[in-house]
Write a protein that binds this ligand. Structure first.
Ligand code: IMP
Length: 178
């Protein structure tokens, strides 16, 4: 399979993303007040955002990874979220930060929040690089949001279309799926 030909319009460049991440990390550092954190990378899309964000948070951090899938190769959520990879650390009594690339319908984060809440953490925080308020189908709103975007499909900075475009250093809107 070759990378699909898409028409892209740059929405957020590297500089803008980096400076917003620094602000978010400062807020998270302040909120933690010196307490330890388990930072959970929600695979696959958040691995780029996650690695930038955790390096800007000034706290004792343990890293962990969780996998979900709901999209397959489509650009619309199937509505059914599945756990494809579980955490390796226990989170009981711990501060947990769920780090997501984008909150679209909110189904993934709602599912993860419920799943992890059942394991009795001290507190679950959530950070999303992007938030699409118009697409939201739940009451879920991340505690920390990088940028709000409209209801269009975006790629880059970890976000993919059919597995491609995750390596773009910026975030772009897909204007045409040729
Ligand atoms: P939700 O469960 O509908 O909130 O969707 C969350 C997941 O869908 C994200 O973690 C992304 O992997 C994927 N997703 C949602 N919108 C987009 C998009 O515009 N581009 C790429 N992936 C997206």
């Amino acid at each position: 399979m070759a990378q699909p030909v898409l028409q892209l319009q740059k929405l957020l460049d590297e500089k803008k993303i980096a400076s917003r991440i620094k602000e978010m990390a400062q807020e998270i550092t302040k909120q933690l007040g010196g307490e330890e954190l388990i930072a959970v990378c929600v695979l696959k899309g958040s691995f780029v955002f996650y690695s930038d964000l955790i390096r800007c948070i000034d706290a004792d951090i343990r890293t962990d990874f969780i996998g979900t899938s709901s999209y397959g190769n489509a650009t619309k959520s199937s509505g059914e979220v599945k756990l494809t990879l579980d955490l390796t650390h226990a989170i009981q009594g711990k501060n947990v930060l769920l780090v997501e690339d984008i909150v679209d319908t909110g189904l993934t984060m709602e599912f993860l929040h419920k799943t992890l809440q059942a394991r009795s953490p001290k507190r679950i925080y959530s950070a999303a690089c992007l938030f699409k308020p118009e697409a939201l189908k739940t009451k879920y709103k991340p505690d920390y949001i990088g940028f709000e975007v409209g209801n269009e499909f975006v790629v880059g900075y970890g976000l993919d279309y059919q597995g491609y475009f995750r390596n773009l250093p910026y975030i772009a809107q897909v204007t045409s799926l040729n």
